[in-house]
Design a protein around this ligand. Structure first.
Ligand code: KIV
Ligand code: ZN
Length: 387
């Protein structure tokens, strides 16, 4: 089996659905260019039927993207599919992403339909999309809660109708990793024609398992992962692009590789956060402000002796500023000395003992001790920096 994992970025579609995160066309174009430079394989640029501005965004992104596939979302409805094809008209490589509900829950309570009718609609939609573009991705919405046998039947029929990629979304973030992996494995083992298509994982984070579920899907045979920068997306979000990419890179023995230029991860994360006015939580893996910050004495001492004592990723590999030694009341002498040396102060052991006692008093009062406060402390002790 091919070990290349295709990265399908949906920051501009699933990510942009987050209230308050809407982008205008210019902002979307700027982000699409950065996503392409990052090395994503597919950019889901929007949902063209949803609004004239979204149609225009997909159209304009199609004009500027050179290498990546540009994808437009549609429901399994003719006018949606036509709008997606029209918006993608100028794309060098284009894909229509269409689909409908696959779980009994969605079939009964959302579509108010039945299993047979949904199969017919799915096939009709894929055939129509295929008459407009070559590359058609089918999504079986809420596949995470769908009956695997019915799901397999739906997938087999849409492959026969011409689908090139099969998206198996855990729309509600319900599955456990081993269950989701099993779901993918079942499709690999039971669907006729599955070897002709790429299986895609699309996981939501309602139980905090989106990245883990995507990983299990990939281990079990999927070769495309749908994800967003900073994990933004509906409700608790989607699989985070930076997490899944760095998992595969860190655990190279899995033999699964992406094309992502990982040094761009932090800069792109900052851009998305700024444009979408969506702060990144400080403890967010890979791109959070504290992802490479060490504040307790034991960790600081360890990381100063050897960075890998407490870091499994080199910050420069993801474009982060570097390891940070943050001075708090939990910091030790080694960290204080390290920061003082960076400021040019060389202290004897006795001087350091006195400085450390004073430092703890300051740290207890103001949480983080910064360089200005350290310089003031040195001045009080009448110590001068070496230039
Ligand atoms: O979560 C989901 O099921 C989706 C589909 C539209 C692909 O975002
Ligand atoms: Zn989604």
């Amino acid at each position: 089996m091919n070990n290349r994992v295709y990265v399908f970025d949906t920051t501009l579609r699933d990510g942009e659905q987050v209230p308050g995160c809407q982008l205008n066309t210019q902002e979307k174009i700027m982000l699409a260019r950065e996503l392409e430079a990052l090395g994503v394989d597919v950019i889901e640029a929007g949902f063209p039927i949803s609004s004239p501005e979204d149609f225009r965004s997909v159209q304009e992104i199609s004009k500027v993207v050179k290498e990546a596939i540009v994808c437009g979302l549609s429901r399994a409805v003719e006018k949606d599919i036509k709008a997606a094809a029209d918006a993608l008209q100028y794309a060098k490589r284009k894909r229509i992403h269409t689909g409908l509900g696959a779980s009994d829950f969605h079939i009964q309570h959302k579509f108010r339909s039945n299993r047979e009718e949904m199969l017919e609609r799915a096939v009709r939609a894929v055939k129509y999309a295929k008459s407009l573009v070559e590359d058609v991705e089918f999504f079986a919405e809420d596949a995470g809660r769908a009956d695997p046998v019915y799901l397999a039947k739906m997938v087999e029929l849409v492959i026969a109708a011409g689908a090139t990629v099969i998206n198996v979304p855990d729309t509600t973030g319900y599955c456990l990793p081993h269950e989701y992996g099993q779901k993918i494995k079942y499709l690999v083992e039971n669907v006729k024609g599955i070897d002709r298509v790429t299986i895609s994982v699309h996981c939501h984070n309602d139980l905090g398992l989106a990245t883990a579920n995507s990983l299990y899907g990939l281990i079990n045979g999927a070769r495309q992962v749908e994800c967003t920068i900073n994990g933004i997306g509906e409700r608790a979000g989607n699989t985070s692009l930076e997490e899944i990419v760095m998992i595969l890179k860190t655990h190279a023995y899995l033999g699964l590789e992406t094309n992502i230029k990982t040094q761009q991860l932090c800069p792109v994360s900052k851009l998305v956060s700024r444009l979408m006015r969506m702060p990144v939580q400080p403890n967010k893996a890979i791109v959070g402000a504290n992802a490479f910050a060490h504040s307790s004495g034991i960790h600081q001492d360890g990381v100063l002796k050897h960075r890998e004592n407490y870091e499994i990723i080199n910050p420069t590999d993801v474009g982060a500023e570097g390891s940070k030694i943050v001075l708090t009341a939990r910091s030790g002498r080694a960290a204080l000395n390290f920061r003082l040396e960076k400021l040019g102060f060389k202290l004897t052991r006795e001087e350091l003992d006195i400085a450390y006692e004073q430092f703890l008093i300051i740290a207890d009062q103001c949480k983080n001790v910064d360089d200005d406060q350290l310089c003031q402390l040195m001045e009080k002790m009448k110590l001068k920096a070496e230039v």
